[in-house]
Write a protein that binds this ligand. Structure first.
Ligand code: HEM
Length: 118
């Protein structure tokens, strides 16, 4: 019987595929727009990714979001969403921020090689 009160072993988490990652990323901006009452300013950096390749190649305000061979938690993408990045605050700026579970899903996706699907 699994005990839900224990911290789970990441290797036992179900796999995460691109459609779920896209949903998480789109939801970040949906919540941000709802909270701030406006669209994000153009010219800051990209806020949407249509394909997994676009996210893999993304450079946000001069910083490469995901780097091959770098563990997910050390990538700028995950650091920006989980804590803060450079001199900017945690992303998306002024929130609402991702839950720990959502960050964990992004981490699982990146560390498993960013799979499109099963
Ligand atoms: C490499 C990672 C990232 C870097 C270096 C970065 C950097 C920045 C910078 C420099 C700004 C402008 C700050 C300012 O005006 O004071 C900004 C704003 C913002 N970023 Fe990021 N960011 C990153 C990732 C993300 C991600 C993944 C999202 C959401 C999906 C996001 C959402 C936003 C939003 C919503 C704003 C505010 C836009 C506005 O005010 O119109 N950022 N970011």
């Amino acid at each position: 019987m699994p005990d839900d009160s224990l911290p789970s072993d990441p290797s036992e988490q179900p796999p995460v595929y691109w459609p779920r990652v896209k949903e998480i990323m789109d939801t970040i901006m949906e919540r941000w727009i709802a909270r701030s009452g406006r669209q994000p300013l153009p010219g800051i950096h990209d806020f949407y990714w249509e394909t997994s390749q676009a996210l893999k190649d993304s450079i946000l305000s001069g910083i490469r979001a995901i780097e091959p061979g770098i563990p997910a938690r050390d990538t700028a993408l995950v650091r920006s969403l989980a804590r803060a990045i450079g001199t900017s605050g945690r992303m998306p700026l002024r929130g609402p921020f991702l839950s720990r579970e959502e960050v964990d899903e992004l981490v699982a996706w990146i560390d498993s090689g960013m799979p499109e699907g099963p």
